[in-house]
Write a protein that binds this ligand. Sequence first.
Ligand code: ADP
Length: 597
Amino acid sequence: MKSNNKKDKVNSVKNYIYMLKFISKHTPFMVFGYLFFDVLANLPWTLSNVVLLKYIIDVASEGKGFERIAFALIFFAIFVVVTNLFTTLFYEISMPKQKEKLYFAIYKTIYEKAAKMDYEAYDNPEYYNDLVLAMNSMNERAYAVLSNTQDILSNTVSVLTIGAVIISIDPICLVFVAVCVAIMTPIGRLIAKVNVERTEVMTPLDRKNLYFSRVFYLQDYAKELRLSGAGKMIETRYNRNITDRIKTISPYLTKQWKLYFCQEALPMTLLIYLGISLLMGYKAIVTKDVTMGDFAATFNGAASISTSVFAITSNFAISFRENSLYVEKFRRFMNAKEKMISGSKTTVFENPPTIKFENVSFKYPGTDKYVLKNISFEISPYKKVALVGYNGAGKTTLTNLLLRLYDVTEGAITIDGVNIKDWNIASYHKNFAAVFQDFSIFGATLGENVSMNDSHDKEKALEALKSAHFDRKLPEGTDSILLREFDDNGMSLSGGEAQKIAIARAFYKNCAFAILDEPSANLDPVAEHTLNQSMVKAANQKTVLFISHRLSTTVMADEIYMLENGEIIEHGSHEELMKNNGKYAYMFRLQAEKYTE
Ligand code: ADP
C-alpha cells in the first residue's frame, strides 16, 4: 500500500513535469513569466509583514525620529509600484495572449494525434474516453498545473525568506513552526485523500449530470423534448441525481470539515498565535532579550509560514493529485500507438486501375464474429458497382476495408496488383472521394464545403453542385457561409440539400475512385432517380462503388453484388439478377411494388 502511494506520488510528479514541459515548449514565456512574476508580486508583502514592520517598530521604540520611517515607507512604496508595473503588465497584457496560444497548441496537438490514430481506436472505449476528456478539460488542467506549481514556488520562497529572518531573531520560534507543520502536514494529506475518494465516488454521478446538460442544450434533442414528455422524464431523473449527489457527498463533507478544523484552527491558534506571542512577548517586555520589533516580526512571520505550509500541504496536495490524474489520461492518449502500418508507396492514379478483393475475411477488433467471410471479386476500371443486401450484411464494412479505415483480418485487397497495405495511408486516401451516410457539413463557405479545403475553384464547385442537383440559389454563391457558428446569417440546409453538397464533394475531387455509402438516402425517389443519372455521367472518369438500399438506384450499375451475412450470395447486372430470380429479384419486386402502389 505504502509503495503504491509512493509510486502514485512519483507518477504525479512525472505528470506535472510532462505538462510543464509541454507548456514550456509551446509558450515558454508563460512558464517563466508566471513563476517569476508571482514571486515578484508576493515579495513586497512578505517583506512588509516582517522586515518593514520590525524596522518601523524598532526605530519608533528607539525614538530615532520619523524621517527614517518615512524614508523606509517611501522606498517600500516605490518598490511596490515598480514590481506592480511589471506584474500587471504581465498578467493583464501578456498572460491572456499566452493563454490563447497555449489553448490553441493543446487543441492542435490533440487534433493532430486523433487524426493520425487508427480509425479503429474509436471502437476502444478507453481511448475514446481519454480523447473526450483531453478535448474537454486539458486547457483548464494545463493552466491549473502551472498555477499549482506557481503556488508551491511562491509559498516556498515565502517560507525560506521569512524563515531566515526568524532564525536571525530567535531560532526557538522555528521549533513552534516545525511542530505546527508536523501536525498540519499529515492532516493535509488526509484531506487530500478524502478529496480523491470524494472525486471518485462522484465521477459516475458527474457523468449523469453531463448527460442531462447535453440533452437540454443540444439541438439533436430539442425537437423531441418539445413534442413529447421526454423533458419531464429527464427532469425527474435529473432531480433524483441531485438528491443522490447530496447524499453521496455529505459524509465526505463532514470528514473534510473535521480535518480542516483540526488542521487549521488548533495548531495555528495554540502554537503560533498563543505560543509564539506569549514567548516573544515575555522576552520583549519582561526579560528584554528581544526588541518589540522582533516580537511583532516573529509573530507575523510564524503565522505567515504556517499559512504557506497549510497551502502547500492541503490546497496543493488536493489539486496536485487531481490535476495529475487528468494529465495522466492526456499522456496515455498522446502515447497511444497506431497499429496500422503505413507503407511507402505514394502513387496517386490519373486513371482508375483494377481493384481486387482476394479471399478477404474480417472481424472487428475485440470481437470474435467474422462479419465478412472469404470475399473475392474484382472491380474493373470505370465500372459502376453496387453493393446491396439487408442491414448488417457487411456492405459498409467492405467499403471501410477498401478505404483502409480497418485492415483485413485475412486475405488481401490489391489495386493495380499491389496490396493496399503497401501504400502510405495519406497518399492512398488521395485516390478516393467518399460520401458517407453520416456526412458532415462544416461551418465554412459553400465552396469550401465542396472542395473540403480553405480555398475553392468557383467554376468547378458550381459544376460539381450542378451535377449533384443542388439548385438552391444562395446570395453569395459559393462564398455563402453555411451554419450559424461563424456567421449569424449562415445558411441552414435541409437534409436533402446537405446530402447534395456531400455528393458534390465526390464530383469536385479529382481522383480515380468514388465510394458512395447510401448517397441518396435523404432524397425522394424522383430526385434520387435523376441524381443517379447525372451521377453516372459526372463520374464517367471514375470507378464508382456505391451502397444502396433503394434498388431503383442499382438498375444503372454495371455490376451488382448482393451480400448476406458477410458473404456474396449473388452477382451480375440488374437484368441478369432479375433473370436468375433469386434474392435480389425478390427484394427488387418487393420495393417496386411499394412504389407502384
Ligand atoms: P451494412 O452496411 O450491410 O448494414 P455493416 O458493415 O455496417 O453492415 O455491419 C456488418 C456487421 O458488423 C454488423 O453485424 C454490425 O453490427 C457489425 N459492426 C459494424 N461496425 C462495427 C464495429 N465498429 N464494431 C463491431 N461490430 C461492428
